[in-house]
Design a binder for this molecule. Structure first.
Ligand code: UD1
Ligand code: CA
Length: 453
């Protein structure tokens, strides 16, 4: 049987107190419901149906993809009503997994265990035992301990309220079963809603076996209703990332102070200090050290790269053995060849820095090509922008740019050339030449200082 997945995401999420639909609030930089969709993708589902209602337009815009179909639930009349909206789209003979857009950390392995039970004669129900089951639907079992029904908190009697096994809401059935049961739901209950959970009693009555499965941890089935719960699940997710990294050979100064909001791939003996944030695709090769409070987005760091504290990198490639920072800002299009060095308070953009070249202090180098082993003195600025267009600066191999120089682009400094400190360079400097534009120093001997009147 093929697998189809229905994800319920029509609810309002009032307690988030937000104009963003609840399911779009991010965990690790990605909408909650995006996590659910990605997990489902790993199961190779043939159809993914997202039931949307509140903030439907925003949810559609955020999750639009070839393999996701949207089903609108105009009024939120209950979980059973929500699944009913997707029913006409489902195949005649498929397994159907029902998930929630606000339960983001569910794992594929748990869902696989559940799906085993979605057959013609059984269904799979994900349950957990909680010390405090308050608020959840309770799992009611018969004398043989077979699941017989789910009773919602608001409809439960005292004896039922004492049951600690609860319904996570996640279940695996077949489309045939849904077609049989959903049309029979009524809203004759305490909340006046069409409860999906009522299909359990129907299954029991017709002799369909209800098999329960438990998740590896309760975090997998925790839902988000407010920002406190969102923050809790964010930490759960981040600690999982930290575990994976350490298992893969990364040392973390503190596993509780790391944020991975994308995909971080690492080799052996990487060290990451506290407070670092990784976004997008980041690759760290063997022996890379990331100093505290560094932020890396879409970056490839070759072997032995060392970032000092507060380095900020985006869309960059560092070939290897580079030293960067502290307080360095490498902007999109920066490429450091092996051994190139970037020091403190240096900003680069669209710049290639050749092997062994150094830009050590207080510089802006943009739209430039810096040759191998060039030395860019403190305070050097490439004046790349004329107010309208950007222009290119080429600095040859082994060139030496004296401190506090302005290189007015477009301009070229030849290989082995020297620019005297404090120069403003507007024309080409030839290979091995010296260019100085600074005013001659004036001296007046024994100059009388002004006196206060
Ligand atoms: C539901 C279950 C309960 C279970 C709990 C787990 C029912 C009747 N009850 O209760 O047994 O313990 O989840 O958290 O199913 N939704 C829609 N459309 C609707 C109603 C809900 O899309 O018309 C979505 C919500 O956005 C949410 C999910 O379904 O993502 C669950 O709805 P909610 O109202 O929170 O169900 P509970 O009352 O918590
Ligand atoms: Ca609820």
């Amino acid at each position: 049987m093929t697998l189809e997945v229905v994800i319920l995401a029509a609810g309002q999420g009032t307690r988030m107190r937000s104009s963003l639909p609840k399911v779009l609030h991010p965990i690790a930089g990605k909408p909650m419901v995006g996590h659910v969709v990605d997990t489902v993708r790993s199961l190779k589902a043939s159809g993914i149906y997202l039931v949307v209602g509140h903030g439907a337009d925003k949810v559609r815009a955020s999750l639009a993809a070839d393999d996701v179909a949207f089903v609108e639930q105009l009024e939120q009349l209950g979980t059973g009503h929500a699944v009913t909206q997707a029913l006409p789209k489902l195949s005649e003979n498929s397994q159907v997994l029902i998930l929630y857009g606000d339960v983001p950390l569910i794992k594929a392995a748990t869902l696989e265990k559940l799906l085993v039970h979605a057959t013609a004669t059984s269904l799979g129900l994900l349950t957990v035992k909680l010390d405090n089951p308050s608020g959840y639907g309770r799992i009611i079992r018969d004398e043989q301990q077979k699941v017989a029904a789910i009773v919602e908190q608001k409809d439960a009697n005292e004896q039922q309220l004492a049951v600690q096994e609860i319904n996570t809401g996640i279940l695996a059935v077949t489309s045939k079963q849904l077609n049989r049961w959903l049309p029979q739901l009524s809203n004759n209950n305490a909340q006046g809603e069409y409860y999906l959970t009522d299909i359990i009693a129907m299954a029991y009555q017709e002799g369909t076996l209800i098999e329960t499965v438990q998740p590896a941890s309760t975090a997998e089935v925790e839902g988000v209703n407010n920002r406190l719960q969102l923050a809790e699940l964010e930490r759960v997710y981040q600690l999982e990332q930290a575990d994976k990294l350490m298992t893969a050979g990364v040392s973390l100064a503190d596993p509780a102070r790391l944020d991975v909001r994308g995909e971080l791939s690492t080799a052996r003996d990487v060290f990451i200090d506290v407070g670092c944030i990784f976004e997008g695709q980041v690759e760290l090769a063997e022996g890379v050290e990331v100093g505290p409070y560094s932020i890396l987005k879409n970056a490839r760091l070759g072997p032995g790269v060392k970032l000092a504290a507060f380095s900020h990198l985006e869309d960059v490639t560092l070939d290897g053995d580079n030293q960067v920072g502290p307080f360095a800002r490498l902007r999109p299009g920066t490429h450091l060849e092996t051994g190139a060095k970037i020091g403190n308070f240096v900003e680069t953009k669209k710049t290639q820095v050749g092997q062994g070249a150094k830009i050590n202090h207080l510089s802006y180098i943009g739209d430039a090509d810096v040759g191998a082993n060039a030395n860019i003195g403190a305070g050097t600025i490439t004046c790349n922008y004329d107010g309208v267009n950007k222009h290119f600066t080429k600095i040859g191999a082994g060139a030496f740019i004296g401190s506090n120089s302005s290189l007015v682009a477009p301009v070229e400094i030849g290989a082995g050339a020297t620019v005297g400190a404090g120069s403003t360079i507007t024309r080409k400097v030839d290979d091995n030449a010296l260019a100085v534009t600074r005013a001659k120093q004036l001296q007046k001997a024994n100059w009388p200082k002004p006196v206060k009147k």
